[in-house]
Design a protein around this ligand. Structure first.
Ligand code: NDP
Length: 237
């Protein structure tokens, strides 16, 4: 496959899980891929070595560092914002600083990265943000901050689609359900609860999410923007 030959792709959060699968997919298809990491330098080094991509440390909680990273990556054909995390726990007990950090990584970074990318992208560029089915449905307690952060991406994509549409730049949100990663291993304690909500009773694979991202970044998806694309085994149906 060489669908992205010569294309310049930046993946924010590409050292592990879904992000690493996205890096692999674009690299396999011939793209020049740069990806960021924060806490997993060894994993980042492995992904870079295996794919011929470039790993750079950039903490998505640091707004100015994210903006500089996007700017310094040059004109991007594709930006993928994948870095994100969840906090679990009683909303009445959670540390407000931790909640604010989650908002910086899961909401602020996607917004500022998307706007900065659009400043430099050629017409027809693609922006894809990894949200969650929890932006639509939150069937368990203790994850309100995460649900808030992922539904915020929906409003962002709808709005920025209007701003960038005249240049043919699309922005879309991919909303996974349970995907087998370090953050949500299929053999973890939540497995049966999560599968109980689903029509296809298994975790998705990071490669399945990467496939949807690649389609949205490809030539068939030029008319798709401001939209949410759920890939969740009907978790949210
Ligand atoms: P993992 O925890 O397995 O991987 C997270 C990736 O994001 C790592 O590469 C990590 O890099 C990077 N990352 C996290 N925080 C930062 C940060 N502050 N700065 C830079 N990079 C960062 O998570 P998943 O692969 O499971 O999740 C990826 C995305 O998919 C997230 O946005 C998540 O919310 C979303 N998602 C996941 C689902 C799932 O079931 N797995 C379901 C729905 C949505 P490093 O380790 O180097 O810091």
């Amino acid at each position: 496959m060489a669908g992205f030959q010569g294309k310049s792709v930046l993946v924010l959060g590409g050292s592990r899980g879904i992000g690493a699968a996205i890096v692999r997919r674009f690299a396999d298809e011939g793209a020049k891929v740069v990806f960021t990491f924060a806490g997993s330098p060894d994993a980042a080094e492995r992904v870079a070595a295996e794919t011929g991509s470039i790993a750079v440390r950039t903490d998505s909680a640091d707004r100015d560092a994210v903006i500089a990273r996007v700017r310094d990556s040059g004109p991007l054909d594709v930006l993928v914002v994948n870095a994100g995390f969840a906090l679990f726990g009683d909303a009445l007990e959670q540390d407000p600083d931790e909640i604010d950090r989650l908002f910086r990584v899961n909401i602020h970074a996607p917004y500022h990265a998307s706007v900065e990318a659009a400043r430099h992208m050629p017409d027809g560029g693609r922006i894809i943000v990894i949200g969650s089915v929890n932006g639509d449905r939150m069937p368990v307690p203790g994850m309100a901050s995460y649900a808030l952060s992922k539904s915020a991406l929906q409003g962002m994509a709808r709005g920025l689609a209007r701003d960038f549409g005249p240049r043919g730049i699309t922005i879309n949100v991919v909303q996974p359900g349970p995907i087998d990663t370090d953050a949500n291993p299929e053999d973890g304690p939540m497995r049966d609860l999560m599968h109980g909500f689903m029509a296809i009773k298994r975790h998705g694979r990071p490669e399945e999410v990467a496939g949807m991202v690649a389609w949205l970044a490809g030539p068939e998806a030029g008319f798709v923007t401001g939209a949410m694309h759920t890939i969740d085994g009907a978790f949210g149906a």
